[in-house]
Design a protein around this ligand. Structure first.
Ligand code: PLP
Length: 273
């Protein structure tokens, strides 16, 4: 398995970054996860644009899109697989032991892992911890993801694949690695970006392609929504068949099934929408 590090391809078993990399010591880094079917990345331009927004939010230098495009192409070519998770990680680089950043330049890693197509529906839980919509990292895709690690582990303990958060004022926000949509009176709604959720690329495409509305929603909307679905790079549009103890028999329901179909068709039409 080959990855990209320090400007070229390296063997994954011997590739090394500093043990003092600020991404490791304090989570001072950002990332993107892309889907690559048959070696072709989906929505690369949108992912690069979000990487730049995250970099600016953290005060990291703008990432070099040309280098990253070359890196993605090289990694995909070196590791052929039917369905891959292409992961860009960009950190503050070698730094001091505290929160001050060093001055020796950033670290860029592009890696690829094999993944399987997701099931059409899944179970989720809600968790008591909140997303901070007013935090310095709100809306940024940073490597400070340990809160998501804890929440996802809780979900796994309950036989679920995702945990949903409310924000600090009790509004529905997002999952550990996905955005959430609900169907109310036959119409699709998703929390606005002001809720503190990540500007998911699958979310944006789903809003664009289905006409879903961005609506502030209380967390307990999950107790009465007719249908619920998740969106993310590796889930696309995925129905929810259980939320905590509430079963949603027949998921995907008709509105979700239609959104899944539209997403699949439009994504197949254009690899970089
Ligand atoms: C916290 C969070 N929310 C939402 C998403 C979904 O975003 P995307 O559709 O761009 O994968 C992700 C991405 O994995 C995420 O990490």
């Amino acid at each position: 398995m080959k990855i990209w590090l320090d400007g070229g391809l390296q063997d994954i078993d011997s590739a090394r970054v500093s043990v003092l990399d600020h991404g490791l010591t304090v989570g001072d880094g950002i990332f993107e996860t892309m889907k690559a079917a048959d070696g072709r990345p989906f929505a690369l331009t949108r992912h690069l644009d979000r990487l730049t927004r995250s970099a600016r939010g953290l005060g990291l230098p703008d990432p070099d899109h040309e280098e990253i495009r070359r890196a993605c192409a090289a990694v995909l070519e070196a590791n052929p697989m039917p369905l891959g998770r292409l992961r860009l990680t960009y950190t503050g680089g070698h730094g001091p032991l505290g929160s001050d950043r060093g001055d020796r330049g950033t670290t860029l890693v592009v890696a690829l892992g094999e993944t399987a197509p997701r099931p059409d529906s899944t179970a989720v839980i809600t968790v008591p911890w909140t997303r901070n919509e007013r935090g310095a990292l709100a809306g940024l895709k940073t490597t400070s993801y340990a809160e998501n690690v804890v929440a996802l582990a809780r979900a796994r303990e309950h036989g679920a694949s995702e945990a949903l958060f409310a924000n600090t004022v009790g509004q529905l926000c997002e999952g550990t690695g996905s955005n959430v949509f609900v169907v109310l009176d036959g119409e699709i709604h998703t929390p606005p970006l002001a809720s503190g959720c990540l500007a998911g690329i699958t979310r944006a495409l789903t809003v664009e392609w289905t006409g879903a509305k961005e609506t502030e929603l209380p967390l307990d909307v999950l107790e009465r929504a007719e249908e619920v679905f998740l969106t993310s790079t590796l889930r696309d549009v995925q129905a929810v068949h259980r939320i905590d103890d509430r079963e949603l028999p027949g998921a995907p329901g008709p509105v979700t099934a239609k959104a899944m179909r539209i997403f699949a068709e439009r994504a197949a039409d254009d690899l970089d929408p």
